[in-house]
Design a protein around this ligand. Structure first.
Ligand code: UDP
Length: 425
C-alpha cells in the first residue's frame, strides 16, 4: 500500500490575517458544495522541492474546509528516479533520447505503484510525470478515483516532442490536466483532456514564511558563519542545471569586483526523487572553489524551513537565476519577505516578477550581476521593489487562492459528472 504523508492541522480562519475575510467566506461556501468529497494527492516525494511544499499546506486546508483529503507518495528505486529526472529534464527542454530500457523502468514502477493503490476517492490528483501512468496501469481506475486530475508543475515551453508523444497516452486517461501557465501548451492542448491553469502559492503561516525577529535571523546566519553585517546574495534551490547555480556563482564573481564585501549563499535541499542533485552539488562546489565568502548549504547541515526563512530574510538580494522554471516558489518566498528578487526571465518567474516594478528579470550572468550591484549600492531601490513584491504575493499567490482554485476545478468536474448521469439517465 502507498503510505500517507503525516500532516499537521491547519485552519483557514487563521489566514484572515493576510487576506480579506470575504474571500475566506467565498472559499468556505465553495467548499460547502463539496463537503464530504474525498480527494487523494499522489506525488513522488514528501521532501524537497515545490510540490511537497505546496501539499503540506493544501491538504490540511482541504481537510479544514470539510473534504476528506489525503496525500500519498509513490515508491521507486534510484534507477526509477534517475529515469524520471531525465524525463523531467527532457520536458524542460534537454535533448536526450528516451530509450526502451528507460520506458520499461518507468512503466514497471508505475504498474507496481498502481498495484499498491487502495481506497475509493472522488478525486485523485497526480502530480508531475513520475506517477503520471498510474491510472493507465490500474485495472479499473474508476474504482479508485471517480475523477483523475494530472497536475504538471514543469515549465513545458521547450519540451521534447519525442517524450511528450510517449507520455500522451498515459495523460489522456485523466479527466482534467492542470498547468501553471497557458504559455506552456500552445498547439498541444488540443490532444489533452480539458486544461485548467493554477499557479502555486505559499503559506504565510508556515515556518518558512512566518515573521522572524532580527535576532533570530542574525543568530541563524552566524551559526553558518555568514556575516550578518555584510551584503548577502542568496539563491535557495535544488542543485539542478535549470536553477543555474554555476551562473549565479559567475554573477557573484562579477559583483565581487565592485562590492568586495559581498557574500553568496546557495542553499539546497537534496530531494529523494532527485539523484542527480549530488552530481550537480559536486559540480557547483568545484566551481565555487576555495572562496570563503561562498556558502553551500543543504538540509544535511541542518538547514530546515526556519533556516531558509532566516536566510531569505537576512539577504540583501534574493536570486533565482533559473534557465527554465515551472513557477519558482523561492521567488514568491523572497517577494513575500519584501526582498528585491532577481529572477531568470523564464517560465513561471515572469508570472510573478514585473520587471522593475516588484523585482528584476534577467537574461544573462552579466545582467544578473549588474542588477545585484545596483541593488547593493542603492538599498532604496530594493526597498521599493520589496514593498510592491509583497503586495503582489498577497493578492495572487497565497495558499487560500490555491485552495479556491482546486475547489473550483473539483466543482467543475462534479458538475460534468452530474450532467453525464443526467444525459445517460
Ligand atoms: N527549498 C528548501 N530548502 C532548500 C531548497 C529549497 O526548503 O534547501 C524549498 C524552497 O524554499 C521552495 C521549494 O523548496 O519552497 C522549491 O520550490 P520551487 O518551486 O522554487 O522549485 P522546485 O524545486 O519545485 O523546482
Amino acid at each position: 500500500m502507498l503510505v500517507s504523508v503525516p500532516l499537521t492541522q491547519k485552519s483557514i480562519a487563521d489566514y484572515e490575517l493576510f487576506v480579506d475575510p470575504e474571500s475566506i467566506r467565498d472559499v468556505r461556501e465553495l467548499a460547502g458544495d463539496l463537503a464530504g468529497s474525498s480527494i487523494l494527492h499522489v506525488n513522488a516525494t514528501a521532501f524537497g522541492g515545490g510540490v511537497s511544499e505546496l501539499l503540506y499546506t493544501l491538504v490540511p486546508l482541504m481537510q479544514d474546509v470539510g473534504l476528506i483529503a489525503d496525500w500519498k507518495v509513490i515508491q521507486g528505486s534510484e534507477e526509477f528516479f534517475s529515469v524520471t529526472k531525465i524525463m523531467h529534464n527532457c520536458l524542460q527542454g534537454m535533448d536526450m533520447p528516451i530509450t526502451d530500457q528507460m520506458k520499461k523502468i518507468y512503466e514497471h514502477h508505475n504498474l507496481a505503484n498502481a498495484k499498491m493503490m487502495a481506497g475509493q476517492y472522488d478525486y485523485v490528483v497526480v502530480h508531475d510525470p513520475q506517477p503520471a501512468a498510474l491510472p493507465y496501469f490500474l485495472e479499473n481506475h474508476r474504482a479508485i478515483g471517480k475523477k483523475w486530475i494530472w497536475r504538471c508543475h514543469l515549465d513545458l515551453t521547450k519540451f521534447s516532442q519525442e517524450l511528450w508523444a510517449y507520455l500522451l497516452p498515459f495523460i489522456q486517461v485523466f479527466d482534467a490536466v492542470v498547468f501553471t501557465s497557458p504559455s506552456y501548451l500552445d498547439e498541444h492542448a488540443a490532444k489533452l483532456p480539458p486544461c485548467t491553469f493554477i499557479t502555486p502559492t505559499i503559506d504565510p503561516l508556515s515556518p518558512k514564511n512566518t515573521a522572524l525577529d532580527e535576532q533570530t535571523i542574525h543568530r541563524t546566519l552566524r551559526k553558518y558563519h555568514i556575516d550578518p553585517d555584510r551584503p548577502l546574495i542568496t539563491q535557495v534551490s535544488r542543485y539542478d542545471p535549470w536553477k543555474d547555480p554555476l551562473g549565479v556563482i559567475d554573477a557573484y564573481r562579477l559583483v565581487k569586483k565592485e562590492v568586495p564585501e559581498a557574500q553568496l549563499l546557495l542553499a539546497a535541499s537534496m530531494a529523494s526523487d532527485d539523484p542527480e542533485s549530488w552530481h550537480y552539488y559536486e559540480k557547483t562546489a568545484r566551481h565555487a572553489g576555495e572562496d570563503d565568502d561562498i556558502f553551500l548549504l543543504s538540509n544535511l547541515q541542518g538547514v530546515g524551513n526556519m533556516e531558509i526563512n532566516a536566510f531569505q530574510r537576512g539577504s540583501s538580494v534574493v536570486v533565482q537565476k533559473s534557465l527554465q522554471e515551472g513557477f519558482g516558489l523561492t521567488v514568491t518566498e523572497g517577494m513575500w519577505k519584501e526582498k528585491p528578487v532577481i529572477g531568470g526571465n523564464v517560465g513561471g518567474i515572469v508570472l510573478q516578477i514585473d520587471d522593475n516594478v516588484n523585482g528584476f528579470l534577467v537574461d544573462s550572468v552579466e545582467s544578473c550581476a549588474a542588477r545585484i550591484v545596483e541593488l547593493l549600492k542603492n538599498p532604496g531601490i530594493g526597498a521599493r521593489l520589496g514593498v510592491a513584491a509583497r503586495e503582489k504575493v498577497r493578492n495572487k499567490f497565497l495558499c487560500t487562492s490555491n485552495l479556491e482554485a482546486y475547489l473550483n476545478l473539483m466543482r467543475g468536474l462534479s458538475v460534468t459528472e452530474q450532467r453525464e448521469e443526467e444525459n445517460t439517465g
